[in-house]
Design a protein around this ligand. Structure first.
Ligand SMILES: Cc1ncc(COP(=O)(O)O)c(C=O)c1O
Length: 381
């Protein structure tokens, strides 16, 4: 069986966890948390970051930071993970779902302005597969209407928009280190705070609504409850694991790029024949090789291909289901059709993708896809 994902260990994770234990402080915001923070600021130029227990938590922190209130409207793509929307729903906001673009699953930036009302408070673009949304356009609209932009950068580590790291462009951004991502810590996340107005409060919300971080730095002589917050910070055990991964980012990325390019080259003839669509990388964005997806022409073909993979011991998977049609939101949605989001829900497949996937396995998977289309289009179409 070729699995869809396999967490990759760089070899130093347990050593660093041991060191964290030996240091004697295994709760959050210790030595390894600081090392991770420093790494992100130096490597990507973030002004301030906070490790979180997940990207979901980082998004929830962002929703608190912008003071999301009942009645606020938040513009979110329908083709995304539930947390992108849920973080704001938890604070009472209404989600206004936007459609995907025609040529990739990212939010259609040209549609956003038509969704803005007096109640709109924020736009939450999500960079699908780590490939950038049209951030200049989104920031321009946000500035015009005085809105916040929170980048859902869950999949976007080490990816760029016009040479700017994803996650550094909006007011706030959330990354994930869930075990399916390029850099992992089992569960884990990061909030990047790009707007200085949020620096102090972010740390307070992170530490359960207290100014404990300031206290530990010796900036205040006692700490207490000063705001709302929650336990958003991960333990040093998680931070130690993450640091071992970060040290190997370049190696991990080089291998993932090789896998991605092998898939792309191998499947190009099928896309030239019009049988599938390959990922589209806009000229303003880079590709961080987070995933390799293909898009079939029809939902039925996609489902047949998924079954074919399964019968050949290959675990390929579909991805998001349009959130505006989810059981939780369908009756709250304003009824607009979001055809591109539905199309990607029905027709997209993610192929196995992980560091240790060999190029022979990539070739085997591609050959199976070719075999499927040969069979499928002579027998059923
Ligand atoms: C776009 C997007 N946002 C948010 C999340 C949530 O990430 P986490 O599992 O770290 O909470 C995911 C999870 O995969 C995701 O794909």
């Amino acid at each position: 069986m070729i699995p869809f994902n396999k967490p990759y260990l760089t070899g130093k994770e347990t050593l660093y966890i041991r060191q964290a234990v030996e240091i004697g402080k295994i709760s959050g915001n210790g030595e390894f948390t600081l090392r991770c923070h420093k790494y992100f600021c130096e490597k990507f130029g973030f002004k301030k970051v906070l490790l979180t227990t997940s990207c979901t938590d980082a998004l929830e922190m962002a929703a608190i930071l912008i003071d999301t209130k009942p009645g606020d409207e938040i513009i979110v793509p329908s083709y995304t993970f539930v947390s992108t929307a849920n973080a704001f729903v938890l604070r009472g906001a209404k989600i206004v779902f936007a459609d995907s673009s025609n040529d990739n699953p990212n939010i259609n930036a040209s549609e956003i302005e038509s969704l803005i009302t007096k109640k709109t408070r924020a736009i939450v673009p999500m960079h699908y597969a780590g490939i950038a949304c049209d951030m200049d356009k989104i920031m321009e609209i946000a500035n015009k209407y005085n809105l916040f932009v929170i980048e859902d950068a869950a999949q976007s580590i080490d990816s760029y928009y016009k040479e700017r790291p994803l996650g550094s462009i909006g007011h706030l951004a959330a990354f994930s280190f869930h075990e399916t991502k390029n850099i992992i810590s089992g569960e884990g996340g990061l909030l990047a705070i790009n707007d200085e107005r949020f620096f102090r409060r972010a740390e307070i919300i992170w530490e359960k609504g207290t100014n404990r971080a300031e206290f530990f730095r010796g900036e205040v002589n006692k700490y207490g409850w000063v705001d709302i917050g929650s336990s958003f910070l991960p333990s040093e055990i998680v931070a130690a694991f993450l640091f071992a991964q970060l040290e190997n980012l370049d190696d991990i990325q080089a291998k993932r790029k090789l896998i991605w390019e092998t898939y792309y080259k191998n499947l190009k003839p099928l896309s030239e024949k019009g049988l599938i669509t390959l990922p589209f990388i806009p000229e303003y964005g880079t590709n961080n090789s987070h995933m390799f997806y293909i898009v079939c022409k029809k939902g039925q073909t996609r489902d047949n291909l998924l079954n074919f993979f399964r019968s050949n011991d290959i675990l390929a998977v579909f991805h998001y289901l349009s959130l505006h049609k989810s059981p939780y939101y369908i009756n709250k949605h304003d009824g607009r059709e979001l055809v591109n989001s539905d199309f990607y829900s029905d027709s997209l497949i993610r192929l196995p993708f992980y560091y240790e996937l060999s190029l022979d396995e990539v070739n085997l998977i591609c050959n199976k896809i070719k075999e499927f289309f040969k069979k499928h289009f002579t027998t059923t179409e």
